[in-house]
Write a protein of this length. Structure first.
Length: 314
């Protein structure tokens, strides 16, 4: 029977994001591919330790209890490993109790070309080059940064936070800031506040997450004791009056967030430390580096913010 991916949130995750592969990668660099295969085969039953994206993946999969026998979330391993060395990854997934059964292994070849074929709204990888290639091809991808974050395993909640420009929206307004400065940016946003920006790479991901939230609301209506787990936040350096265009864009796209933080240059890390999202997407790595001790940060290297090192309003 054919398994359809429609009406599911499909996420691709590289083994480099899901597990801690520092030791394995070091061995590969020192000894090469064939020795690496033997190394993994000899350790096939040694369970890999969780990586930066593990808490996010674990909590996302837990939402599959919202639709009995019909998962709302499908997470697929998308890896440059060959099928043989990928066996240890799959056994580790099973050992950790993750309900992930589908995988793509493309020996030494960047697997991003399969993102569209598998209807993925997100691809997460610890390999920046793979993420750059995916984004260049127009696919939604993020580079998972090393993280020391520790989350309470007894907390069933899943908190997801997004930057706006270059993440949920395209970088059209950000380019105005880069070329003409803050005052021109503000004037531009005020005069166009009723006109939605073009959606960015991760706007479809937000749509998929909103569908899951709708299922949670329906569950709560039938069971008042049910506590909704998924909470979505917008964390942006936009401030009044440019905040209005962001809000109107979300509305026109038919998506929503639970919380919105318009920080106007105040450190995002201060808010993120209180919020403790299990994943935060930003198009500028500098906004993530100060927070990776307490969150899992994902850099979306898209748009003008990644063409230069200048500061940005987003």
């Amino acid at each position: 029977m054919r398994y359809e991916l429609d009406e599911r949130l499909v996420v691709g995750v590289a083994s480099s994001a899901l597990f801690d592969l520092a030791e394995s990668d070091a061995y590969f660099r020192e000894h090469g591919e064939y020795a690496y295969r033997r190394y993994q085969d000899e350790r096939i039953d040694e369970v890999l330790e969780p990586g930066a994206a593990f808490p996010f993946v674990q909590r996302l999969l837990a939402l599959n209890d919202l639709r009995d026998g019909d998962p709302v979330v499908e997470i697929i391993v998308l890896s440059q490993n060959d099928p043989s060395t990928g066996l240890r990854v799959m056994r580790s997934i099973e050992a950790h109790g993750l309900t992930m059964t589908r995988a793509v292994f493309t020996q030494g070849v960047a697997p991003y070309q399969y993102i569209g074929a598998l209807q993925m709204s997100l691809f997460l990888s610890g390999n920046r080059a793979d993420v750059d290639d995916a984004i260049a091809a127009g696919f939604p991808a993020g580079h998972v940064l090393p993280s020391a974050a520790a989350y309470d395993p007894a907390d069933p909640g899943l908190r997801i936070a997004f930057d706006f420009d270059g993440v949920l929206a395209d970088d059209g307004s950000e380019r105005i800031f880069k070329s003409a400065g803050m005052e021109a940016f503000r004037d531009h946003e005020v005069t166009r506040r009723e006109h939605a920006l073009q959606p960015g790479l991760l706007q479809p991901l937000l749509k998929d997450l909103n569908r899951i939230q709708a299922l949670e609301r329906a569950r709560k209506e039938s069971d008042p004791a049910y506590e909704e787990r998924l909470r979505i936040s917008l964390v942006t350096a936009r401030a009044a009056p440019s905040h209005e265009r962001a809000v109107r864009s979300l509305r026109d796209w038919g998506v929503e967030v639970n919380d919105a933080f318009f920080l106007g240059g105040v450190s995002k890390a201060r808010v993120l430390e209180v919020m403790r999202p299990h994943i935060f997407f930003d198009d500028q790595a500098t906004h993530l580096e100060d927070a990776t001790s307490f969150i899992m940060g994902v850099h979306v290297p898209y748009g003008v913010a990644n063409e230069s090192r200048e500061a940005s309003p987003e």
